[in-house]
Design a binder for this molecule. Structure first.
Ligand code: NDP
Length: 228
């Protein structure tokens, strides 16, 4: 299986690469600064499946175009993992430039990536697109407020995923919004209850089980359908 993963140099993205390689996938990993992605480079040298490293800034149209042009089809799985969360991201500290940047990375980029890789996804016949969302993007789950830029961007990503579920059907491509849980990464912090390997093995197993009847849906890393 050919897999494409963005934001692959640390956190959930790096672990996704590790586990996909372990199960024998061919992985195309996109990172902002390949020259600094030492952990990823070490994986490339290990006794794993083939790993290709690419420069990728998901907010830069030219960078995504060059990335997509470098990836041969078919692509069976695209994981739009790159994401940012700035803090405090509260009402008092509202910074509209920062909010817009967050929106570009967390919501707009997943659409751009999917669109530009659509030919390779179409070629797979039954490809899947996984957009890394968050419970914080659920309006139904919002019972304490705050996290404006992050919540808004992930809610927008959820809506984009829902539309992709319809629009990509004609190409046999399925699209899902997936919440990885609260995970111990740079973003999740050390207090987070879920280890990154557990979250990622859950995400990959859920992705393996989700089918055409689930496209456009929102699920957590244990396969539970989440409320919008
Ligand atoms: P990290 O902050 O640990 O890693 C984020 C990754 O995204 C880094 O590799 C970073 O690259 C990359 N990235 C950021 N901006 C860009 C960009 N413009 N172009 C390319 N890559 C970029 O986050 P996590 O691993 O924890 O999160 C991964 C995904 O899971 C995100 O979408 C996040 O929102 C989501 N998520 C995480 C949760 C958690 O508890 N950790 C909870 C819910 C959702 P660089 O190193 O260059 O900055």
């Amino acid at each position: 299986m050919n897999v494409v993963i963005s934001g692959a140099n640390r956190g959930i993205g790096l672990e996704l690469v590790r586990q996909c390689l372990q199960r024998g996938d061919e992985v195309h990993a996109g990172v902002r600064a390949p020259e600094r992605a030492s952990e990823l480079a070490a994986l490339a040298q290990g006794a794993h499946g083939p790993l290709h490293l690419h420069a990728l800034d998901v907010t830069d149209e030219a960078s995504v175009r060059a990335f997509a042009a470098a990836i041969p089809g078919p692509v069976h799985l695209l994981i739009n993992n790159a994401g940012v969360r700035s803090r405090p991201d509260d009402l008092a500290g509202l910074d509209s430039d920062d909010l817009t940047r967050t929106f570009q990375v967390n919501a707009v980029a997943a659409l751009r990536m999917t669109l530009l890789l659509r030919p390779q996804l179409r070629a797979a016949g039954g490809a899947k697109v996984a957009n890394l969302s968050s419970n914080l993007g659920s309006i139904a789950d919002n019972s304490w407020g705050g996290a404006y830029g992050y919540r808004m961007s992930k809610a927008a990503l959820n809506m984009a995923t829902r539309s992709l579920g319809y629009d990509l059907k004609e190409d046999g491509i399925l699209a899902f919004a997936l919440s990885p849980g609260w995970v111990r990464t740079d973003m999740g912090g050390s207090e987070a209850p879920t280890a990154v390997d557990l979250s990622v093995s859950g995400l990959l197993s859920v992705l393996g089980r989700l089918g055409a009847e689930d496209t456009g849906g929102f699920f957590d890393f244990e396969g539970k359908r989440l409320p919008w």
